[in-house]
Design a protein around this ligand. Structure first.
Ligand code: AVJ
Ligand code: FE
Length: 389
């Protein structure tokens, strides 16, 4: 690979790091070490884990070098150390943590100088710079997890880039005609193992909302059913308020609803006479959807392997999570790096979890009547083309 593309990798690694450091810049060491919730890691753990993951792949695996802190890496293993235990671990903190981040990065750039990363290299980790793309995405994904926690830090300024859903837009539904659809990431280019292999699925016709569900609709549902408000909402005499970062800001009825669990999303959809889309439906409709990238969208799908799945480069990214325990989310939120958002990207979480930036988009089966109307339209179209009408 040319030195220019190595420079591009180095500058994208630097860009991701700049964002990480910018997120924690207003915080002191005590805040980095504090456990705000048993469901979320202390920020110091995320930071050390980001550096340790980089050291493991870009320095030890690619560069063949020894780790800087012996077997410290075992405390940063996400599977071995559940979130509720992370506050107690003997992880790096304060000045030592900051130098670890910097020292690993220095070694990473050293190693990068000597590697081959062209399209034809034998090693799949290096081919087209796969392992570097993985590391950039990993840091960006942890930035989003960090933002979940940062919302709980008193006075923290979170710049939420959530757009409004105009009422007209919100009411629209899109009809997606049944047929064969290609699902998953193409064989080339960076994607996680769980997005592959690309394969064909058959879908029946369905309708899907043009935009995610707005707060106004969710409030109507709460009032009708007595359902709990989303996480971070409280009731004031004047109405619902958002309490993130210790503030009290009126809930904007036109914003997409955020911080609901899969169970809540599913109940809302039923109440509205609709259902959640499957992840295949979501991907098939992807190009027609508005508001993608504001909130993660719960789907009705379990997180399962695609037919022919192969773990790469490590089982703990996807394979250990496959099964009916986790539900898939699609799209991306205001806190998701644009680099991470691919039409084929699959996020997943437990159905009871609300701390991720998740909202709702509803779908609906097309009635048999409507379906035959569509088929009839097709029939007439073809007849027209063939000159029979
Ligand atoms: C894709 C968000 C479910 O946080 O568990 C980060 C991403 N994997 N480090 C997670 C991930 C390893 C993953 N999710
Ligand atoms: Fe991670």
């Amino acid at each position: 690979m040319t030195s220019r593309s190595k420079e591009a990798i180095a500058s994208r690694l630097a860009e991701a790091r700049r964002r990480t450091l910018e997120l924690i810049a207003p915080l002191d060491d005590e805040q980095l070490n504090r456990v705000y919730s048993p469901l979320l890691s202390p920020l110091a753990w995320d930071l050390g884990h980001i550096a340790n993951f980089e050291e493991l792949w870009l320095v030890q695996t690619i560069g063949g070098r020894e780790p800087l802190h012996g077997d410290l890496g075992r405390f940063y293993d996400a599977i071995e150390n559940p979130r509720r235990t992370r506050g107690e671990l003997p992880i790096l903190r304060d000045a030592e943590l900051r130098s670890y981040l910097a020292d690993v990065r220095e070694r990473t750039l050293d190693v990068l100088e000597d590697v081959e990363i062209g399209p034809d290299v034998e090693d799949r980790l290096l081919r087209d710079g796969f392992v570097y793309e993985m590391l950039i995405a990993h840091e960006q994904q942890h930035n989003e997890t960090m933002l979940q926690l940062l919302q709980m830090v008193e006075g923290y300024e979170v710049s939420r880039g959530v757009g409004h859903l105009s009422p007209g837009q919100a009411s629209g539904t899109i009809l997606i005609e049944g047929g064969s659809y290609e699902i998953g990431a193409p064989a080339n280019g960076f994607a996680y193992d769980n997005e592959r292999p690309r394969h064909t699925v058959e879908l029946a016709s369905f309708e899907i909302d043009r935009t995610p569900v707005a707060n106004a609709a969710y409030i109507a549902y709460m009032e009708d059913t007595g359902a709990e408000p989303p996480m971070h909402w409280e009731r004031d005499p004047e109405g619902w308020v958002l309490t993130t970062a210790g503030r009290r800001v009126p809930v904007d009825p036109s914003h997409p609803v955020l911080h609901v669990s899969w169970h809540e999303a599913d109940s809302f959809a039923r109440w509205a006479g609709k259902r959640l889309p499957t992840e295949h439906e979501w991907e098939a409709a992807r190009d027609e959807l508005a508001g993608v990238g504001q909130v993660w969208e719960w789907t009705s799908s379990d997180f399962l392997a695609y037919p022919g799945f192969e773990p790469f480069p490590y089982r703990e990214y996807s394979a250990v999570f496959f099964g009916a325990t986790y539900k898939v989310l699609r799209g991306g939120s205001w806190a998701t790096a644009r680099n991470v958002m691919r039409p084929s990207f699959r996020n997943w979480d437990l159905p009871e979890r609300r701390q991720i930036f998740a909202g709702i988009r509803c779908a609906r089966d097309v009635s048999a009547e409507r379906a035959s109307e569509i088929a009839g339209d097709d029939e007439r179209e073809r007849a027209k083309r063939e000159g029979c009408v």
